[in-house]
Write a protein that binds this ligand. Sequence first.
Ligand SMILES: [Zn+2]
Length: 427
Amino acid sequence: MGLLIKAAAVTNQVQDILIEGGRIRAIGPTLTAPLDYPVIDASGLTALAGFVDCHVHLREPGFTDKETIASGSRAAAKGGFTTILAMPNVDPVVDSPALLQAQVVRNQADGLVHIQQIAAISAELTGATPVDMAALVEAGAVAFSNDGHGVQEAQTMYRAMQLAAANHTIISAHLEDDSLAAAGVVNDGPAATALNLAPLTSLSEETQLARDLLMVAKTGCRYHVCHVSSQTSVNLIRQAKAMGLPVTAEVTPHHLLLDDSMIDSDEPNLKMNPPLRSRADRLALIGALLDGTIDFIATDHAPHTAAEKTGSMCDCSFGIVGLETAFPLLYTAFVKSGLVPLSTLSDWLTHHPIDRFHLTDAGRLRVGDVADLTLVDLSATYPIRAADFASKGKNSPFIGWTVTGRICQTLVAGQLVYAGQAAGEKA
Ligand SMILES: [Zn+2]
């Protein structure tokens, strides 16, 4: 059985898309299909390759009151994402081949989209000895990360990089020196002072990044920087790339769109790690994305319960949800504003993460590829509302923002995994 999508805009031309066996069989102006094939009328909509998010927290097992594989992947589908990379900081931590295999089974059973599993760098995210990387790669780990925590011991990271290089895999690094981060909750700047909140210096990120880049030069390890947040980090990455090191970097939508000059109250949904930095840092991140120093965008989707995001930033949890707001926020800020063409946003959300993580099973909207795609209405303008989220997490600082660009349908391997908006969701 197949499917025919009629009259979608594909790179500015109105095209039909014929899907058979989960793959794109043809793209052309007037395609025909057997009479029993379902037809999706996509007139007025734009077809894009499904988005890829290489930094997602699905919270299962261990924290299913925050999110589950089912709810998180439903949020992904609703956000236009067709492949997501799940972080290993669940309970138990994904740090052994047996646990990884169990996680892969769960991801496949409950996931609405393609879910690739990242494994921990060290046992329990804290151990001094790296995990058995060869066995974990063999078991299907797509990359290695202690996300949520920095790797405190240089020797642990050095050994992990040697193993990653030997096993042709990738280290995805959350950078945070605990001795510098202390118990900080917002950027070390005017907002921390004005609101009397503990400061979290960007040095905690930058010193680990500098350390790691020296070891990348020594080991040749493929190294990816999670959620870059500061101008100094950008400069270090730019220098590393100029030296030819195998380094890439991601930035989150919130670090591109928010900074600590916008924190004027003790608001839990403005607490994330790394924290929102200064306006100068934010502008440096945008500049680095535009010039290619930062390679792509990842959401760091971090759902929490309402109770965990209530009260003061002093003691609420770090992180915000991102899967369902990423595309409209980025489309509105970067494409509708005229800063970049839509194809560049596709590079940031699809092509560059596919390239970096060698995701050969992810589709790019080409004939022969897996039919991973999303149909978007680029004329729809509407407010972001927590009630519309498929994620269990409603923790977003973007609630109430007016955005343009609505995900209407999402297909994964030719299967419709999201169709249409919830009642009353129209602008
Ligand atoms: Zn992180």
